[in-house]
Design a protein. Sequence first.
Length: 213
Amino acid sequence: MNSRPPFPSSPPSQPSPYRYLGRGGGERPVRLQIIIALVAGLILVAVPLYLWRRPKPEPIPSADAAMADAGAYAADAGALADAGPELPAGVTLSPFTTIKCENPGPGTTPPERCDHVTFFEDALSRAIRDNVPCAPTSKETTTVSFVLEMDFRRKRTNLYAGKSTTKAIRGKTKELIRCVRRAMPTPDWGTIPHQYVKYRINVMATYPPTESF
């Protein structure tokens, strides 16, 4: 039986073919490290730039801001009330007072922290001035306390004469309230700035004696 000749061995002068398998293997980790370093550098530069140049969010109005606005409005209303002789027919209006404001749920808000809904305050003051002839006649100076309730959820208002109305004319204010209510504009509830769902506000209108009484 003839035996198969053994495989010829590689000459010593030639390197083993298995040595070429690892050629270039050391270059790949170096390139990977360079890429990682470049990405990390970009992140370190980009993140601070974004944080520095990103737009800052607008601050949410706080209750203190609402109080400041309310104080400024009250000062304007007070100045208007001081100019009583210049108002139509000598009628004077007090600054508006917020009796109550509330949102659904537990807890109450102190009246002094309620915001002023200027749409309704301006509308009510104009309606009162435009309807002076509807006021009850009297030989003495009289005061009518106008109380306005607003409900933004049900989108309705309620106007009536408060208890601070001069006692002698309490039963004679229905026509005046009717005139003032009709003169109030129809509110666009969705565009009126407000912080609460329900409000109750008050303004005092003082009427001079009627000359023809």
